[in-house]
Structures are given as C-alpha cells and as structure tokens.
Write a protein that binds this ligand. Structure first.
Ligand code: PLP
Length: 395
C-alpha cells in the first residue's frame, strides 16, 4: 500500500536527483519541449550525450531498421553491429580492440579491471594501484566512486574500494611520485568535466605519458564526457599528441542509447580472455546500431569541422560577454565543452536560464557548464548568448 503511487504522497522514485520542475517529453535537434508544449534550447545535450542533437535522423533510421529485426542477443553469439562499431572505433583511434558495456561507470570499471588483470596476468606482478586525480569524476559504482577524486561523491559509502590514490591535477611535482608508487595504471580526464571544466596542461600530459611509458604504467584516458567529437576531435587525446593504452567511452557513443566501451591496445586487451569479464546487455544489437550510425556520421561528415567553426564563434561571443559582466572570471574548455567561471552562484544562473527556456548546467558551485549539441547552428549560438546575457543582467 505504502508504495501505491495512487495513494502515497511519497514519490515512487528515490531522491537521487534534485530535479528541476520541468518534464521533458520531446526533443529534436537543439530543442526539447516540456509537457506543457514549452520549447527550450538545450545546451546540455543530456550531459554530453545527445551530441548529434535530439533524435537525429541518421541514427533514428538505423534504429528503426534494427527494431524490426533483433533487439537483444547474448554475447555468446556474434553480433554484427557490435563488430562493425568496434571496427569503426579501432579504425579511428590508437586502440586495437574494444569491450562493450552499458554506461560510463561500467566503462571505467572495465578499465580498472583490465589494468589489474594486465598487471597480474600478463606482466606477472602484484601491481593493482590505479592513480587518479583530485577533482576527477569517474562514476558512481563502488570502484569508480573510489577512483573519483572528490570526497562529496564518496561520503556515506565507506569503506571505499582500495587500490586508488589521487594526485594533484596539472601538478608537475606530483608526477615525481608516480614511478615510486609502482601503479598498474593512471586514469585521467583530459578535461575534468564534472570537476569544473579544467583542461589538462599539454606539457604536463606529455610528461605523464613519458613516465608511464618508461615504467610500464598503463595510461588510461576517460573520454566519457570529452569523446565523440565534443572537443573538436573525435577523442580529446588527439589534441595532446599522446597514445593512451586504454580509452573509456559512453555518453555520446550511442546518441542517447545506453552504451559504454573501452578501447585498448592489443597487448593490454589480451588480458581479457574468455570468462574474465562480461555484460549481458553490453553492445547489444540495438545500442550498437545507434553507435555505428553515430560514429559513422561523425567520421564521414564534416561535423568536426563544423564543431571547430561553431566553437570559435561561441568563444568569441563568450569573450564578449566576459567584457560586459565583471563576475565572469574566466572561460575554460575546448570545442563545445565550455565552462564559464563566475564569482556568483552558478546554480542560480542555471535556474534563471530555465525560466528563460534555456537548459545549461553547472560544474561545481562557480562554473556554468555549456554542452551544446555538436550540430548547433550559428543562429542557435546567438539565441543562447542572447538568453544568457538577459540572465546575467538579472544576477
Ligand atoms: N566519467 C566521466 C568523465 C563522466 O563525465 C561521467 C558522467 O558524467 C562518468 C565517467 C560516468 O558515466 P555514467 O554516468 O554513464 O556512469
């Protein structure tokens, strides 16, 4: 009875999200509509997930086709879409083999597991430590929240999974500690998304890669928020002239369908032999139909050129806003992952934007995070800037 939504005043949903009073029922391109028919400009992209905009035709067509044939099939059998998507990811990255799962946290779980297994089964050591960084975010499962360098994500979930140590991000001195710690791997975001849109310094990343190479430490890059074209390249590591051993992906890979993946170098990938890891739904025919259509579109269209052009345009507009409002301290990020660093309450800005029919995000108390669809037009950027300026005037 207590759970009967007809009579109970308690929500049947657990309160893991402080939801805005908006019910979104429809989306197309850069816009969503609520259940009252109100239209919003969506510059969150479902938090870097609907990178091709909402309900993109190129993906919808492939999904509709797949819906007619087969939705699910166990990984005990060959799945053509999965093999095709793996082939596309390998052809367009520095990796050689792919494992599919269902989310970002699961992708990082797979990364952590493959790092330990590589150290123990391939190298024959007892190494297990994975180095991550302060302010990082890697997920909400027990292992990935333990990997996350933010206490607020870990509070109330102790004891954490052991085997993680957090170093200071962009800090050269902390790299001197790395080799002595003898870790199995380093896991890092090249732009810390949830942590405040903080890009890694190129020289620091190059030094980190060199230390990893010299000491046979796996370099694992979490591209869950930065991947799939978000920063103007398919993967953000391409900006840094490095070759990660493992890349974790999710969010934009399925254009909104739940999919995660890791891509690994062959020597690392072979640590996963039959029975060592798995997932019932991982890479099923439906989600990988979306993945194939998404990746194919990103790599064969001029989308990345468009991202770079539109990002430059957005940068200029944001720089202009910065000259008008003294509470804007900085603009950070790359491509269409942008953080506006403010000296006011970022949550209030987001709240006011909603009442002006614009969806944006925070990344901590003083960062307004902007994640437009990669398909956003110049006109939509202008519309965004106009609304944001109005919101800023009211702060
Ligand atoms: N890693 C990064 C960098 C993320 O931004 C996120 C989600 O925001 C995750 C991991 C976790 O992904 P998911 O929510 O799909 O588990």
């Amino acid at each position: 009875m207590a759970n009967n939504p007809e009579v109970s005043t308690v929500s049947p949903l657990m309160a893991t999200y402080a939801r805005f009073p908006v019910t979104i029922v429809k989306g197309k391109g850069s816009y969503v509509w609520d259940d009252q028919g109100k239209k919003y400009l969506d510059f969150t992209s479902g938090i870097a997930t609907c990178n091709l905009g909402h309900v993109p035709d190129v993906v919808k067509e492939k999904l509709e086709e797949q819906l007619q044939n087969l939705w699910h099939c166990s990984n005990l059998y060959h799945i053509p879409n999965q093999e095709k998507l793996a082939g596309l990811l390998v052809a367009n990255s520095c990796g050689d083999q792919v494992f599919f799962c269902n989310s970002g946290a699961e992708a990082n779980e797979a990364a952590i597991k493959i790092a330990r297994r590589y150290a123990q089964k391939v190298k024959g050591t007892d190494q297990h430590l994975v180095i991550t960084f302060k302010q990082s975010f890697h997920g909400r499962t027990m292992a990935t929240l333990s990997a996350t360098g933010q206490e607020k994500i870990q509070k109330g979930f102790y004891p954490l999974v052991s085997g993680f140590q957090y170093l200071a991000y962009n800090d050269f001195a902390s790299l001197d500690l790395l080799a002595d710690l003898k870790p199995a791997a380093v896991l890092l975001e090249l732009i810390q998304g949830e942590g405040g849109v903080i890009p890694a310094e190129p020289e620091w990343v190059k030094k980190l890669e060199a230390i990893c190479k010299e000491n046979d430490i796996l370099l694992m890059v979490d591209e869950i928020q930065t991947g799939m074209g978000r920063t103007g390249k398919l993967f953000s590591y391409e900006h840094y002239d490095i070759e990660p051993d493992v890349i974790s992906l999710a969010k934009g890979l399925g254009s909104g369908l739940p999919i995660g993946a890791i891509i690994a170098k062959e020597r690392v990938a072979k640590a996963f032999d039959p029975g060592s890891h798995g997932s019932t739904f991982g890479g099923n025919p439906l989600v990988t139909a979306a993945g194939v259509a998404t990746v194919q579109h990103i790599v064969t269209s001029n989308l990345l050129t468009h991202v770079n052009e539109i990002a430059e345009y957005l940068d200029a507009e944001l720089a202009d806003l910065k000259t008008k409002f003294s509470f804007i301290k900085d603009i950070r990020g790359k491509g269409l992952l942008k953080g506006i660093i403010v000296e006011v309450n970022a949550a209030e800005i987001v709240q006011k934007a909603i009442t002006n029919q614009l969806l944006i995000l925070t990344a901590g108390p003083n960062v307004v995070r902007i994640l437009p669809p990669l398909t956003a037009t110049k006109e939509e950027i202008l519309q965004f800037v106009k609304i944001l300026e109005k919101v800023f005037q009211s702060i």
